[in-house]
Design a protein around this ligand. Structure first.
Ligand code: SF4
Ligand code: SF4
Length: 363
């Protein structure tokens, strides 16, 4: 596929140093020992790049944007260099009939060998008429493409679990890929958007070990979704001691106390955000003062809302800190869910791992 000359001008190539950093970060995210890094590097440097067909259905393109955003160009460039992105409606040069021909050609030439990445939910109501591309419904396209691939990666909460389209009352009958594609290797990389390192790690695992990574019962790779946010959150000590922010901007919030009482969903959300972080700046939502909204969980638009009310059923430490006062004061004041999504979308992959594994410094 033709490269965007503007992108090439901005980020001419992955340097050897940044390439090794990205591979090392992926190895760390995968939980592999340092000894495994050369094998990852070898797989990533192979000239035989697997073809990728990237399907867009009901979505906002935020997952593609998160991968390709300029603030961590090495990850974006590495992903583009790792695979041969033969069909991706957002970034490919072709359009209309040319694009459809590119898809048909890729399927024919690489039958059984390409990776199918799906971004977006799939509407099933009324025969799937709510999403049509090139005259075919999303359901028809998925049924045609997915079984002919070597593996399917569902990127983002929409492709994994239906996403916001599937929120009650789900007027289009949106579902995730695994609801429609049976008997095929499908891995879910959920999030709104997911951390690019989770996607990169999944692709690198596939290239290196010739199989998709082990997953949990929801199809999420364990290397990225094997632990709760709450279990490796930097504010956890405050939670255990009963020290909570009561409202955004209060003294306890400024002290960096636990955000559970302002609505943090970390106690029920599985993701690697506290360890991997975002955007090559070492930041993540809870670290900068906003609770987790549970974006990697199925149905989070229904089950994790209101985003600024505390999660029920969590055993809160008693007898110390501000617990008693917190129970009197009540809930947080913000109600606009878009603010939460905006904060999460505005932050990208962190450099904690990069620094710890690569010895620090920028590439
Ligand atoms: S409730 Fe949220 S802020 Fe508090 S420790 Fe758990 S994940 Fe961190
Ligand atoms: S911290 Fe934010 S990005 Fe990470 S799982 Fe929670 S909502 Fe998603």
């Amino acid at each position: 596929m033709a490269r965007d000359p503007q992108l090439d001008a901005l980020n001419p190539k992955v340097t050897r140093r940044s390439f090794l950093k990205a591979c090392t970060a992926a190895a760390a995210a995968l939980g592999l020992a340092d000894e495994a890094v050369p094998r990852l590097v070898e797989a990533a440097a192979s000239p035989a790049r697997p073809p990728v067909v990237w399907l867009h259905f009901q979505e906002c393109t935020g997952c593609s944007e998160a991968l390709l955003r300029a603030s961590h160009p090495d990850i974006a460039r590495l992903i583009l260099d790792l695979v041969s992105l033969d069909y991706h409606e957002t970034v490919m040069a072709a359009a209309g009939h040319q694009a459809e021909a590119a898809l048909a050609d890729t399927l024919k030439r690489h039958e059984g060998r390409f990776i199918c990445v799906v971004e977006g939910g799939i509407p099933t109501k009324d025969g799937g008429v709510y999403c049509r591309i090139g005259g075919r419904t999303a359901m028809e396209i998925l049924a045609d493409v997915a079984p002919r691939s070597a593996a399917v990666i569902a990127i983002g909460n929409c492709a994994a679990f239906g996403g916001i389209q599937a929120a009650r009352p789900n007027p289009t009958g949106a579902v995730g890929v695994r609801d429609l594609v049976a008997d095929h290797s499908v891995v879910n990389v959920p999030g709104c958007p997911p951390n690019p390192v989770s996607f990169l790690g999944t692709v690198l695992h596939y290239l290196t070990f010739k199989r998709l990574p082990p997953t949990d019962h929801l199809g999420r790779p364990l290397f990225a979704y094997g632990r709760k946010i709450h279990d490796h959150c930097e504010r956890r000590a405050h939670f255990d001691e009963g020290r909570f922010a009561e409202a955004f901007g209060d003294a306890n919030h400024r002290r960096g106390y636990c955000l559970y009482k302002t609505g943090c969903k970390g106690p029920e959300t599985y993701n690697s955000c506290p360890a991997v972080r975002f955007n090559d700046v070492g930041a993540w939502p809870v670290g900068v003062g906003h609770g987790c909204i549970g974006c990697s969980e199925p149905g989070f638009w229904d089950t994790m809302t209101p985003f600024y009310e505390r999660l029920p059923g969590v055993a809160v430490p008693q007898g110390r800190g501000t617990v008693a006062a917190a129970d009197r004061i009540g809930k947080g004041v913000f109600t606009v869910a878009a603010a939460a999504a905006g904060i999460h979308a505005a932050i990208g992959v962190g450099r904690k791992i990069w620094r710890s594994r690569s010895g620090g410094g920028e590439g």
